[in-house]
Structure formats: structure tokens, C-alpha cells
Design a protein around this ligand. Structure first.
Ligand SMILES: Cc1cc2nc3c(=O)[nH]c(=O)nc-3n(C[C@H](O)[C@H](O)[C@H](O)COP(=O)(O)OP(=O)(O)OC[C@H]3O[C@@H](n4cnc5c(N)ncnc54)[C@H](O)[C@@H]3O)c2cc1C
Length: 384
């Protein structure tokens, strides 16, 4: 397997894999699924070992890697220990709007502690009536003396009850679509912030998602992140990067199941011969291996292009859509070809499938990402 398609390598890998083993991450991945909790201890440990914020500049406590290099480490982290800790590692990247556009006091109070794993910061974009079409968001951010008053509801949010603060997107009254949307840092322990966790998800249960109501909470003007009305521009740039990095995570975890399945069908016997002697088993696995590797190379290429050209986000959108699809197919085959054991929680494939399944919805549903690509193929004519 490895001779055919070698695993991606990086000089930091020995250090990373030593920490994966030292922190017992493969076992914790399974435990956290069975008893969902936010992995606070691992957040701290990963922060202390500088695995949070791989692409974040060293001056802010990160590793300062290019996204294409960070993708290699995330792929290997997911391959070794599932999606959870790779996604945790990305949390500062998910909050990079704060690092790039927040004032220095805000960055010192919230972003640096996030990179150290001491504080958790979430992102609140989605609303009950605005998800895929995020530009339709309606949370009102009304200027008041000394700051802003935020009123409205956010939904589907990861870490609804666990985050100490969230980057909240809201609009100035009277504005429409992407104009007038700003980002704000809102501590979550204020009395006008009401948080509720929803019943457990299909996968990624450790995220403990839920709804957050902002009932006229007032925050100082210094908590606005960047310029007024630019929130959407900031968010778009962040999404372009993170979609490529998420693709690497899905492909890494699917590769683990694919390898385990290739090994297993080469040993297990049915109808008097090895399962791998049945073309109905062997050929789908050949296709999965080919597609996982192709999607990985496509993802790397998309990230390298984005490093050179900030307008190349359609490539990482396509990479996430592709990676989600081929990873889910490979994971489904892993369940199938492990038979009854594959369908059970004794093996990790079903958990990995459930966890990757969110990839078709979160950070932009697949159809919306494909629409981003479609707009590049068929640009909209300018309006009269
Ligand atoms: C695990 C997970 C974690 C999440 N974490 C966060 C978070 O931390 N913060 C946050 O703000 N949000 C978060 N979300 C929410 C997520 O971003 C939204 O669920 C997503 O944007 C879809 O919005 P929606 O649920 O309102 O679906 P809708 O907008 O109602 O869309 C439903 C479905 O319709 C289809 N669809 C929508 N638009 C189109 C279109 N133009 N063309 C074709 N098909 C379309 C898609 O299949 C889509 O899934 C998370 C979601 C998940 C699953």
C-alpha cells in the first residue's frame, strides 16, 4: 500500500506522532464519541505542545507553516487518531479573522490563549433562518454609545456551551446581504447570552452543538473585529483556507480505514478463498485507493495555488467537496467489507463515517461549494 501511494511526510512528523502516542489520542477519539465531552485536557496539551494553529504565525504562538504543509500534518494526525484532534488543531485557523483583523488587546486576551489551548473561541455565523445562505443573516448589531448592542439568535454552533467566547457575525440595522455585516468578539458568560445544547449529533459529538441567543447584549466598540461592514470579506478568506485543510483531515481518516480494509480482506476467507480474491470486493477498494490519492493531490495543489493567489478559493471549495465524497465512499466500503463487525462500534469505521459526514454540510454544504466553482465556470454577467 505504502509503496503504491506513500503517506505524505514532513520533518515535524516524528514529534507529532510521539505526542499522538503520548496523549493516547486514538483511544481518546473513541472514548469521546461514546461519552461526548469537550476534550479540554487535550486542547490544553495540544496547545502546550504547539499543535494548535499550524498555519498561525510564530509571533502569535503558532507554527507558521504554509497551508499545504499544515495539510500534511493534519492528514497524518487524522490518519493516526481520527478527526477530533486534527479539527481541534484547526480551531485557531477557524478563528483567524480575529488574529488578522482584531485589535492587539483582543488578540492578547483571546487569540493567544486559544493557540495555547487555554481558552476556547467559537464561531457564530449560522442562524435559524440563514445557514447555507449566510449573507441572509439577520442578527442585528446596533451602534450604541461606546459600542454595539447585539440582538438575535445563532444556531447549529459548535461548542455552544463550552466556548468562553465567540466570533459573532451581525449586521447594522437597515443593511442587506453582505454589506453592513461586521464580526464581533463576544464573551459567552454575559447574562444576555443564553446558550443551549441540542440533542447529540450523528457524529463529532464532542462539539456539543447548539443555539445561542443574544438578547440585547452590549459589547465595547473595541470588540468589533476589523472595519465595520467588512465581516464577510474576512470570513470568505478564512473559509477558502480552512476548506482545503478540512479536506486533508477527511482524506487522512479515510485512508486509515482503507488500509485496514485492504489488510483485512487479504486475510479473511469466505466461500473457500480470500475476500480479496472476489473482484466485487477488490475492485471497489482499488478505486477507493486511487480516488483518495487523487483527491489528496488535488487538495495539495489547490492549497499551493491559494498560497500564491488569494483569489483561488474555488480550488479549495472543490477539494473539500471532492474529499468529502471520496472519503465517505471509502469509509462506507470499509464498513461493508468488514461485514457485521464493520457496522458495529467495535471497529472505528462507523465513527469515522459519521464524523466525516458533517463535511458535506459544515463550512459550506457541498452544493454551495460546487456553486462557487460553477460561478467561476460561468461568471454572472454584470447587472444593468
Ligand atoms: C458538525 C457541524 C458543525 C457546525 N459548526 C458551526 C459553527 O461552529 N458555527 C456556525 O455558525 N455554524 C456551524 N454549523 C452550521 C453549518 O454551517 C450549517 O448547517 C450549514 O451552513 C447549512 O446551513 P443550514 O443548516 O441552515 O442548511 P440550509 O441552508 O437549510 O440548507 C439545507 C441543505 O440544502 C442544500 N442547499 C442549500 N443551499 C443550496 C443551494 N444553493 N443549491 C443546492 N443545494 C442547496 C444543502 O444540501 C444544505 O445542506 C455546523 C454544522 C455542522 C453539521
Amino acid at each position: 500500500m505504502s509503496e503504491l501511494w506513500p503517506l505524505p511526510d514532513d520533518p515535524l512528523l516524528p514529534e507529532l506522532l510521539a505526542d499522538v502516542a503520548g496523549l493516547n489520542l486514538p483511544a481518546r477519539y473513541r472514548e469521546i464519541d461514546r461519552a461526548p465531552e469537550f476534550p479540554r485536557a487535550e486542547l490544553r496539551a495540544l496547545g502546550a505542545r504547539r499543535w494548535l494553529g499550524l498555519t498561525i504565525p510564530e509571533s502569535l504562538g503558532g507554527r507558521g507553516l504554509t497551508p499545504s504543509r499544515a495539510a500534511i500534518l493534519l492528514y497524518r494526525l487524522a490518519y493516526a487518531s481520527g478527526t477530533t484532534f486534527a479539527k481541534l488543531s484547526l480551531q485557531p485557523e477557524f478563528c483567524s479573522v480575529l488574529a488578522e483583523h482584531g485589535g492587539s488587546e483582543l488578540v492578547d486576551a483571546w487569540f493567544r490563549p486559544l493557540v495555547r489551548g487555554e481558552r476556547l473561541v467559537g464561531n457564530h455565523v449560522t442562524e435559524p433562518e440563514a445557514g447555507s445562505d449566510a449573507a441572509a443573516l439577520g442578527l442585528i448589531a446596533e451602534p450604541v454609545s461606546g459600542g454595539y448592542r447585539l440582538s438575535g439568535a445563532k444556531s447549529e454552533a459548535a461548542f455552544a456551551a463550552d466556548a468562553e467566547a465567540a466570533i459573532v457575525y451581525g449586521r447594522r440595522p437597515g443593511t442587506d446581504r453582505t454589506t453592513g455585516v461586521s464580526a464581533f468578539l463576544v464573551p459567552q458568560d454575559l447574562p444576555e447570552v443564553k446558550r443551549a445544547i441540542e440533542p447529540p449529533d450523528l457524529g463529532e459529538r464532542w462539539q456539543r452543538r447548539g443555539r445561542v441567543d443574544y438578547g440585547g447584549v452590549e459589547i465595547p466598540g473595541a470588540n468589533r473585529i476589523g472595519a465595520e461592514g467588512r465581516g464577510f470579506d474576512y470570513l470568505r478568506a478564512e473559509l477558502d483556507r480552512e476548506r482545503g485543510l478540512l479536506a486533508a483531515i477527511y482524506l487522512g481518516v479515510a485512508r486509515a480505514s482503507w488500509e485496514e480494509t485492504v489488510r483485512d480482506v487479504g486475510e479473511r476467507r469466505a466461500f473457500g478463498r480470500r475476500l480479496s480474491d472476489q473482484q466485487g470486493v477488490a475492485l471497489p477498494l482499488v478505486r477507493d485507493g486511487t480516488e483518495l490519492e487523487s483527491a489528496w493531490r488535488f487538495t495539495q495543489e489547490a492549497l499551493v495555488r491559494l498560497e500564491r493567489d488569494a483569489t483561488a478559493g474555488a480550488g479549495t471549495a472543490a477539494a473539500k467537496a471532492l474529499a468529502t465524497r471520496v472519503s465517505l465512499t471509502a469509509l462506507d466500503h470499509a464498513i461493508q467489507f468488514h461485514g457485521g463487525a464493520g457496522y458495529s462500534s467495535r471497529q472505528p469505521h462507523e465513527q469515522r463515517w459519521r464524523d466525516v459526514r458533517s463535511g458535506g454540510i459544515a463550512h459550506g454544504p457541498t452544493e454551495v461549494l460546487e456553486s462557487v466553482v460553477a460561478r467561476r465556470l460561468w461568471p454572472r454577467p454584470p447587472r444593468d
